[in-house]
Design a protein around this ligand. Structure first.
Ligand SMILES: NC(=O)C1=CN([C@@H]2O[C@H](COP(=O)(O)OP(=O)(O)OC[C@H]3O[C@@H](n4cnc5c(N)ncnc54)[C@H](OP(=O)(O)O)[C@@H]3O)[C@@H](O)[C@H]2O)C=CC1
Ligand SMILES: N[C@@H](CC(=O)OP(=O)(O)O)C(=O)O
Length: 371
């Protein structure tokens, strides 16, 4: 990336919970410049300040207040090199397809294309190598695309756990079994989300579709790309080579505003398994490619390991490094599997907007998006 170079970007769903986080982060980004904002026809034509119900703890960036919100149509975003999507899943499918077909690079938070075998599902600290499937996605499009593609990031609870899981696999080899119980923040359901009468003084032991997403996405992310026989002169990949890990997830909505807490137990394939101290050291030492390559939004510490017996806690730890890393604590022996621990991740930051932004930074640094 050339020194001082600026890249025009758009944000779809800019008025939503994730969209506002995008706007906040991108307004201070060293490379990306917010050029266009999009939302539903209800918001289109208004200034951003008029359209948005601003719910961030920091002030609305001055540069976006007067920007006119566009309908999410590719022609309004033609001069953006990258488009970030925080669209509601009901709208994201058709809109993101249209943007890709119009040769735009789309980095999406929505679930719609995560299972598409030609769309990479990327957690930036875990599997940036899956960007290699993009030429195949473009070639399979009719007509073939030169610049347009979709990259998705994962479900927020999945993102929180796959980061420490990847660190453990890198240090100790494959995992065999995973049990995870989540305590998910209200903001995960968008705004206004869960009604106060449902969530105050309460826990809701069901989040529609969430357990299936964690159980499925974890395998695609931790699984490898297999190079297959393709047309001469072009690499082909098979993304069906999913990880053999067996996963069971149990998801709960709890009265916390931001920050998903997850209790994780794992069994390693290799015997004997690592000790809790070896696990702590491996987690703290984990250095992903995004850091080594110099992604500006990668946090200094990818995984912060707490020694205190009562951490991590959402209220205390979700803001550390602007929510760009994950916190792990209570690493201990599991009498049923091998090791258990607690993970806290900020669902709107590394669980959503921050991941998309680092994915786009990786794509720029790897030359997938021209700088
Ligand atoms: N919240 C979280 O922690 C996470 C969310 N996600 C995913 O990110 C996406 C956004 O979530 P979130 O921000 O919580 O949702 P919100 O409901 O807060 O925001 C949805 C956004 O989509 C826009 N929108 C709705 N309908 C249309 C339409 N027909 N055409 C164009 N734009 C439309 C809204 O615009 P308007 O204001 O005009 O209605 C708004 O900007 C979802 O797909 C969600 O599943 C992923 C990970 C974590
Ligand atoms: N379902 C998550 C947030 C979310 O929107 O997830 P997904 O992008 O996988 O639909 C939560 O409620 O906390």
């Amino acid at each position: 990336m050339e020194e001082g170079r600026q890249i025009n970007v758009g944000v779809l769903g800019a008025t939503g919970t994730v969209g506002q986080r995008f706007v906040t982060l991108l307004s201070a980004h060293p490379w990306f410049v917010i050029h266009k904002l999009g939302a539903s026809p209800r918001s289109a034509g208004k200034t951003y300040k008029e359209a948005v119900n601003w719910k961030q703890a920091t002030a609305m960036p001055a540069g976006v207040k007067g920007m006119v919100v566009q309908e999410c149509k590719p022609e309004h975003f033609a001069d953006c090199a990258i488009v970030f999507s925080g669209l509601d899943a009901d709208a994201a499918g058709d809109i993101e397809t249209a943007f890709r077909a119009a040769e735009l690079a789309v980095f999406s938070n929505a679930k719609n294309y995560r299972r598409d075998p030609n769309v990479p599902l990327i957690v930036p600290f875990v599997n940036p190598g899956h960007l290699a499937i993009i030429p195949q996605q473009q070639a399979l499009h009719s007509p073939p695309l030169q610049k347009g593609f979709i990259v998705t990031n994962a479900n927020c609870s999945t993102t929180g756990i796959v980061i420490p899981l990847a660190a453990l696999e890198r240090a100790f080899g494959p995992l065999e079994l995973l049990l995870v119980t989540t305590m998910q923040a209200i903001s995960g359901a968008g705004y206004p989300g869960v009604s106060s009468l449902d969530i105050l003084d309460n826990i809701v032991p069901h989040i529609g579709g969430e357990e299936e997403k964690i159980e499925w996405e974890t395998l695609k992310i931790l699984g490898g790309l297999t190079e297959t026989e393709g047309e001469p002169g072009r690499k082909s990949f098979d993304m069906h080579a999913r990880h053999p890990l067996r996963v069971s997830a149990a998801c709960n909505r709890v009265p916390v505003i931001d920050g998903h807490t997850e209790c994780v137990s794992v069994r390693f394939a290799r015997r004997p398994p690592p000790s809790p101290q070896q696990v702590r050291e491996a987690l703290a030492a984990f250095t992903p490619d995004a850091k080594a390559l110099g992604c500006p939004s990668a946090p200094r510490y990818t995984i912060t390991v707490h020694e205190e017996p009562d951490r991590p806690q959402p209220r205390l730890d979700r803001g550390y490094q602007d929510g760009a890393g994950v916190s792990v604590g209570r690493v201990r022996q599991c009498p049923v599997l091998d090791i258990k621990f607690v993970v806290l991740s900020n669902n709107v930051s590394i669980g959503a907007a921050t991941s998309s932004i680092i994915n786009a930074e990786l794509a720029v640094l790897k030359g997938v998006v021209p700088a």
